[in-house]
Design a protein around this ligand. Structure first.
Ligand SMILES: Cc1cc2nc3c(=O)[nH]c(=O)nc-3n(C[C@H](O)[C@H](O)[C@H](O)COP(=O)(O)O)c2cc1C
Length: 139
């Protein structure tokens, strides 16, 4: 059975709802899933999992959350090339540029992004389905 880590930061619960949907999709597809806060995760845990979904909303000015998520991402990114990785997160007033920048950063570091899902505010039905599919693809 494959083991999937869903690692997220969420200030007001929208990305957390996405994390739960991703986990549900992966579990339905047969994976064992751990859902972890960004502050609970580090590069030392990478070898415990077969696949990873990282979730962070658009913060700052089209940026990752800087206190907990970005330091964790800085730590894990060098260990992610060659692993199965997907990204997700919620935004509000822009058009998802933070996710394009995040994907670009990851790909420049040699990380292949299997899938990326964004949701405006709380995930609607379409975003919920996309989160399920993202989880299933990692399972
Ligand atoms: C400090 C702060 C910065 C934000 N920056 C952006 C931004 O650059 N672009 C954007 O589209 N939304 C931005 N937002 C909106 C959040 O991304 C949006 O409310 C999102 O749904 C929050 O997700 P969460 O509930 O998982 O925390 C910002 C919100 C806050 C509080």
């Amino acid at each position: 059975m494959s083991k999937v880590a869903v690692v997220f930061w969420s200030g007001t619960g929208n990305t957390e709802a996405m994390a739960d949907l991703v986990a549900e999709g992966a579990r339905t597809a047969g994976a064992e899933v751990d859902v972890l806060q960004a502050a609970e995760f580090s590069s030392a845990k990478l070898d415990e999992y077969d696949a990873f979904a990282f979730g962070c909303p658009a913060m700052g000015f089209e940026e990752l959350e800087s206190d907990e998520f970005e330091p964790m991402w800085d730590d894990v990114e060098p260990g992610l090339p060659g692993r199965k990785v997907a990204l997700f997160g919620s935004y509000d007033w822009a058009d998802g540029e933070w996710m394009d920048l995040w994907k670009e950063r990851a790909e420049n570091a040699g990380v292949s992004i299997a899938d990326a899902v964004i949701a405006k505010d709380y995930p609607d039905d379409e975003a919920a389905e996309a989160c399920h599919a993202l989880g299933a693809a990692l399972a």
